[in-house]
Design a protein around this ligand. Sequence first.
Ligand code: C2O
Ligand code: CU
Ligand code: CU
Length: 505
Amino acid sequence: MSDGSKDHGLSRRGFLKRAGIGAAAIAGGGLSALPTLAGAQQSRRGATSFRLNIGCERVYWPIFAGEETLVQRMNVQLVEGAASHLQPIPGSHIAPTIRAAKGDMLYARMQNDLYDPCIIHWHGMEVSERNDGLPGQAVLPGEYYDYSYQIRNRAGTYWYHPHPDGYTGFQVYYGMAGALIVSDPEEQALALPRGEFDQVVMIQDRKFDTHNQLIYGVNPFIGTLGNQALVNGKPNAMLSAATRIYRLRILNGSNARIYRLKWSNGLPMVAIGTDGGLLPQPVTKPFIMLAPGERVEIWADFSDLPVGEEFKLISEAFSGAQVGFGSGQVNGTAMDIMNVRIDRQEVETLTLPKTLAQHTRFRLEDAINGNTPRTIPITFDGMFLLNNRLYELNEVAKNEIVQRNTLECWEFTNDTGGTATAHPIHLHGPAFQVYYRSCVKARQPAWENVRAGYVDEGWKDTVMLMPGESAKILIQFGTTPHLSLYHCHNLDHEDMGMMRHYRVV
Ligand code: C2O
Ligand code: CU
Ligand code: CU
């Protein structure tokens, strides 16, 4: 058992090399042993607690007909608690969806049977430092790490994925990601689609070779882009739908790709939730921008469509999120995401609620630094920098120290000069509100082309910034001193050092 405080001596500079070694190791590697279930038998009992074993392992998986694909997966088993806490995705190497209610106790043991360090992070969840899955808590192959926390978040679509420094992009790319859905009484009181009409749509772009093997190629500026979308781990995904309303919890689990989402048949894009759960009321957008790490819940009303209709969830082409370097794709290429076929007539009785959740907007004047926001520049100096720095394990700069129990304004400014790259910035800890966005004049045309697709009306934990864009966010920090993290959720940027700690004191 790791005490979570040990430094494995991993340094950033070797990242590309290490990623290469990891890839080579994986290509030659066999199957790893199953994790042991021992030691997880005794626990506190109660209807509201459950226990998971998360075996991180390499396996060959039939993603396509023909040759199996070497993946890395979180093999998640429910060891204790109600079966409803774990919802497997049939046939998929993607981790099962964890379902929990606010107040539930989650116990989990992560067993690292990979060739590289690993730690699991619960993205969007407000947990103690011990349970956050910070890079410094990564354990070596053969070791395990135990989590136990009470779920304090409001209802929403969260997720879990690896977070070891330098390996996150690699491990997520090879298949390690899962959704974590929280419910609460406010949300349960609403007449929203349930059961099979409430689905996770995890979008990840991937590239395969002619032997069905994943190709992981980090372009240091762009990150890793694929040329086809997987939904919940499956290529050419098809939703066989009834003439009903669906609550689709769309999660961008891609390394680097930003999507501009739309229905190909012109159905309205109605958002009902974002990163931190339900919006105050539904909002209709011309399209929805979704950057890595972000979630959006949409109200997909198929009730008036004729049986037999086929259409797609698509990502439209857009420009300005990236300039190309060398050959290959850049962000903004059009891509089909998911096919939908209306295959049966059913009666729908739900109607879109006018209001969804209580929501109070923070006021800038209530922030302790409303007039002088903490400014975090995003710059480029050979590497992408956050706060003018690269990641250093457990290091906190002076301007990364926050007083507990305060409402603060942070302003991120994307000033990556000629690299002109969009960056989705994610904060661990409490969800925040986007207060204000602006953009330098020279970059405004591209910005104007995407900003109508931002869903900033509710709680966020990841905010995308186009080149030249600034965003002021308001964050209410908690009452417990702890070490936390913020980073770019372009996972390859993160691995290359676009990540920093902050500390609540
Ligand atoms: Cu989803 Cu710190 O990450
Ligand atoms: Cu996170
Ligand atoms: Cu970035």
